[in-house]
Each structure stands twice: as structure tokens, then as C-alpha cells.
Design a protein around this ligand. Structure first.
Ligand code: AOF
Ligand code: ZN
Length: 377
């Protein structure tokens, strides 16, 4: 029984992956309806504002939902939001049992399981919970902290250099690593760089040929889409001709946010707006755009997760302020001797006070070592 439950619940988690990159600020959710050992309905939440996973699975099952078991990756909601509550829809369809992986943590939506149980439906929670929480780490992080999830991605030489002293960083890691690194752009709603990176590398920040290994539950790639592009640019030095303003590989217009400091030169702001940027003036802190201010603004825009592809200055500033939640690092078997580190300005006096990572991945990508870890707080 438990084995079957696990199989169908895993299927629900896999269905949810089909929408990775498209649901923010909503979570990924998948649902499977099973009657007498047979799947009678499947669904996943395609994007914020559209139908919830359970509702799509129910409409596929029709009358066959009566007496069925519903497997859902996240506890069915109890609220009237942009759509009516899924817990009510499951009840009305006559579902007999509901098995969920993770409990809901959005206070607005909580209470689905209690409602179902009170109405006599058998409910269970907690199977595959770790997988489900990892799948929606962005959503759960936001519920807990009220700020966007920040993933710092970097390629480093074995001696810890992100760039040569000239600033040249092309290419530290291998092609294989860069394809995996690109998948993180699909997995988060926004990618952020500092103006230094724009001036040095002129990146496009699009999703072209990702390798989706960062997402273990993904069976097939979701539709590709480019993240919103965010430039932290206190004095508005981004050239209006920068590549990141161009349409993406699928022809979609670029969504660019230029976050500038109050009092940045007006004529440059106008030129950047003409280039297609949404220019946002934010308070300064120590002369630079306030990072907390930037994250607060992004969350208001529904951009609840940020892939930080920053150089040493900006990465150091985020780390020093405790604003990085997770790291994805690619270590290449190269030495630079002199060069720029991962995080300038993160000044730690003693090894005993070093920031520590809880590693969750150590994997070879050809000759590069791919690491993922969470910063311990
Ligand atoms: C579910 N099934 O498929 C999803 C859920 O704005 P709304 O009305 O779509 O509500 C979004 C909230 O509902 C979201 O923040 C999360 O708490 C929950 N998402 N719940 O039962 C789903 N996507
Ligand atoms: Zn719902």
C-alpha cells in the first residue's frame, strides 16, 4: 500500500515539474486521482492565476473521481483565491482519500486537510515530504522569511578564483557545467547581475540549451522561458545597447528591471527606458542601491526567487548581508594564482568564523565538480 502511495505521489511531484519556471509566485503542484489502482485523472498547476492541479485532475476524471484517492504534492487549498478551494472541489467530487506530500504554509490557503478530515475523508500527509519541500524551496522560503529566495551561482577555479585580475571570466567552467548552470535560470523567476558584469561580459541571460539535472523529479523539460532580468546599477551605467535587452531565443521580448539609486542621472534613465527597461529608483545604502530594498521590490513584483549571477563585488555584498540562501558552484580544475575571489567584501577574521555550507550535492560534470549547498544561518 505504502509503495503504491509513494509511486502515485511521486507521479504527482513529477507532473508538477512540467510547469517549472511558469508558476511563480505560486508553487509547483501536481495531482493524480487513482481508483481501484488505475489512474483516472492527472493535473498540474500551469501558472499563477490559472487552475489548480486538483481541479484539472478532477475534470479529467469526471464521475470516476467518486471514491478515488487523490495524491497531491501540496496540501489542497482551503481558500477562495483566484480560484475556489481545491479541498471543496475534492469533497464535492466524492474523493474518499487524500494523500499529500507537503503541508500548505501559506496562511491564506491553509486548512484543506482539516476540512477534508472533518467531512469524513481519509487524509495523510508527509510521504515524500523532503522531496516536495525541495521541489518548492522557493515557495516555502518565502512563506517562512517574507523575502525572495536567493541562489548564488558561480564558477571557480580550483584556487577559488572567479575571474582573472583583468576581470576576464570567460570561461572558467566547462561547457557541460554551463549547460547545467543555465537550467537554474529556468528554475527561478529572475536572474540578477551587477552592472559590472554587464559591462565586462555583456550577458544575454536567456535560457537556450539547459541541462535539467538540478531538478531530480523532472522527467521531461518544461517549456523553456527566459527569466526576468534584473540589473543592480546604482548610477545607471548599463549601455542601452546591452545584449540583455534583446528578444530571447524564442522571440519573446526581454523583461528587464534596472534597479538604480535615487538621484541617478535622469538622461541615462530615459535612454534605458527607451531600450525597454523598467527603471526603478531605490534608496541607497552606503552609496549603493539597497539590497534589501531591491529584494523587497522584486517580491512585490511576484519575483520570489533570484538567481544571482554576480561578480565578486555584488556576490560579496549579498553574502556579507546574509541575503544568500543557497549556492551552486562549479569548480574547474584550473589555477589562476592571482584573481578575483567569489565574494569580495565578505571579510571573515578567523577560520572559526567562516560562513559554512550544508552541502546537498557533490557531483562530477566531466572534469568540473558541481556543488550545491545551503548557507548555515
Ligand atoms: C492547491 N493547488 O495547484 C496550487 C495551490 O492565487 P490562487 O488562488 O491561485 O492561490 C495561490 C495559493 O494557493 C498559493 O500561494 C498556494 O498557497 C496555493 N497553491 N494550492 O491546492 C494548486 N497551486
Ligand atoms: Zn487549490
Amino acid at each position: 500500500m505504502r509503495e503504491l502511495d509513494e509511486r502515485f505521489l511521486r507521479r504527482a511531484l513529477q507532473l508538477a515539474e512540467r510547469a517549472r519556471g511558469h508558476t511563480h509566485p505560486n508553487p509547483l503542484v501536481g495531482a493524480v486521482l487513482v481508483r481501484e489502482g488505475r489512474v483516472v485523472g492527472e493535473g498540474y498547476h500551469p501558472r499563477a492565476g490559472e487552475a489548480h492541479a486538483e481541479v484539472l485532475a478532477l475534470s479529467q476524471a469526471g464521475e470516476l473521481a467518486r471514491g478515488a484517492t487523490a495524491y497531491v504534492s501540496l496540501e489542497p487549498c482551503a481558500h477562495f483565491g483566484r480560484t475556489p478551494p481545491c479541498s471543496l472541489a475534492l469533497l464535492q467530487a466524492g474523493v474518499a482519500r487524500v494523500v499529500v506530500a507537503a503541508r500548505e504554509e501559506n496562511p491564506l490557503a491553509q486548512g484543506g486537510l482539516e476540512r477534508l478530515r472533518a467531512a469524513g475523508v481519509a487524509v495523510e500527509a508527509g510521504l515524500l515530504e523532503a522531496e516536495a519541500r525541495a521541489q518548492n524551496e522557493v515557495f516555502f522560503h518565502v512563506q517562512k522569511t517574507g523575502r525572495p529566495f536567493v541562489l548564488l551561482k558561480a564558477a571557480l577555479t580550483l584556487d577559488g578564483k572567479a575571474a582573472a585580475p583583468s576581470g576576464d571570466a570567460r570561461w572558467v567552467s566547462s561547457e557541460a557545467s554551463r549547460r547545467v548552470a543555465q537550467a537554474y535560470r529556468q528554475g527561478l523567476p529572475a536572474v540578477a547581475v551587477g552592472v559590472g558584469t554587464v559591462l565586462q561580459d555583456d550577458p544575454a541571460l536567456t535560457v537556450r540549451e539547459p541541462d535539467f539535472r538540478p531538478f531530480p523529479l523532472m522527467l521531461e523539460p518544461p517549456p523553456l522561458r527566459d527569466p526576468a532580468k534584473v540589473v543592480l546599477d546604482t548610477e545607471a551605467r548599463t549601455p542601452p545597447t546591452a545584449r540583455l535587452f534583446r528578444p530571447g531565443p524564442r522571440g519573446e521580448p526581454a523583461r528587464v528591471y534596472l534597479l538604480v539609486g535615487k538621484g541617478a542621472p535622469k538622461e541615462r534613465l530615459a535612454a534605458l527606458e527607451r531600450a525597454g527597461a523598467r527603471v526603478v529608483e531605490l534608496p541607497r545604502e552606503g552609496g549603493r542601491v539597497s539590497l534589501e530594498g531591491a529584494l523587497g521590490f522584486l517580491l512585490e513584483e511576484g519575483l520570489d526567487g533570484v538567481l544571482l549571477e554576480a561578480g565578486p563585488t555584488l556576490a560579496g555584498a549579498f553574502l556579507a548581508r546574509g541575503l544568500v540562501d543557497k549556492l551552486a558552484l562549479f569548480l574547474a580544475p584550473k589555477l589562476l594564482g592571482e584573481g578575483r575571489g567569489l565574494a569580495e567584501g565578505l571579510a571573515v577574521e578567523r577560520v572559526a568564523e567562516a560562513r559554512k555550507l550544508r552541502l546537498t550535492r557533490r557531483e562530477w560534470l566531466e572534469e568540473d565538480l558541481w556543488l550545491e549547498g545551503y548557507l548555515e544561518v
